[in-house]
Design a protein around this ligand. Sequence first.
Ligand SMILES: [Zn+2]
Length: 442
Amino acid sequence: MKPQMLDTLRNLLAPVIIGESVPRLVRWGKAAPRSLIRRLQADAFRGVVRYAAKHQRFFARKLEERGIDPARVQEPEDLGDVFTTPEDLQRLPAEDFLCRAPQAVYETTGTSAVPKRVYFNYGELEAAGRYEAAALWENGVRPGDRVVCTFDPGYWLSSWVTFLGCKGMKLFCSAVGKPTPWDFYPRLAVYRYNVIIADPTWLVSLTEIAEREGTVPMKLMVAAGDRMTDVYRSYVQKVWQAPVVLGYGSTEAGGGLGMECRRREGYHLDEFNFFIEIVDPDDEGYGELVMTTLSRRTQPFIRYRMRDIARFNNEPCPCGAPLRRISRIKGRRDEMVVMGAGNLHPEIFDRVLHDVVGISEGWQVAVRQEGLRDILEFRLVLNNGTKPGWVEEAVRRNLEAHYPDLWANQACGMYKLAFSFLPPGALEHRRKPKRLVDERQS
Ligand SMILES: [Zn+2]
């Protein structure tokens, strides 16, 4: 395809043919051949690189330091080791990243205390809403459905983007902040919600109430964040008799980067708005996700290191969508701990602890050192009446069953297991408490 035709596609197709229509956007997204998606992406990548070289101080400086001419950049590899990191965002003033006057700002604190600030204009937020709406449509949401979204608001952006997406589809929508599940439960029937968009822990708590008190007809539940283990997902799905699909996104992405389809086997990426790379992959293809925003112009990100570990799934999805998938998030790079026994990810302990009865949601695993030996310490909060001995036994059993290599290294003395039991609330001082910490002296 000639460059002029790509231009025609971009200039005509998007605003004129698709317009604001979510169903048309979905049809186009599903019909677009992969070769065309790749061409559009490559073209948009070059476009945003040239734009940021001209308007973004941070990126211009990086190019200059390395003597890279933006006009010659064709693909991410041409940028060598030029990346944008979360630390850059925390350390440098907003002006270094802003390319034009913003109209909105959101923050994310992640696992550290200094917020990352991301600026947008209204058009960008509405566009993010439209693509989220497309993902909801593809998962069966239609006008007439009633959506409730209970993401934490404040300086967090998810609930606003969901609200704008619902507005675009003319859906009944309550984006109500995060009420307690008990407070919210009676309103389910009053307002006849049949689509719930929430974080996994909240959804599980609501489900526990509904299991006792009764459910209402539910079409779909969307949980964002990767803390929903398969066990929780099956529990929630069973109680409501409705599917739970997961979404993956971040404030830096301006909302969703990808969402599962009804097959629920990995996130389909929004390849129209993001170019995703996986850098430093291991033997199995798992590496750090790196995102370039293709459409935003207020504060675009060129090769932003997301610190999340995942891998591509290049198998075509039986749902027919041409959009590439990534696996579930294996963990955060800054939460990965390299130990003699192997590379540890929080996901390992999610799996070891998920069906251990009598422990609460808040837990942490620490790698410590005693003399020359590494200690793998489980810090757990027990529910009333739980005997520590049972819990220890169950954890050891799961570790042996699910991670025989890790278990074998322990059995041969490469590290030692330890358990400590903490009072309720001891680990819940932040929005995203660290699941896995490395406390060894470097
Ligand atoms: Zn699919």
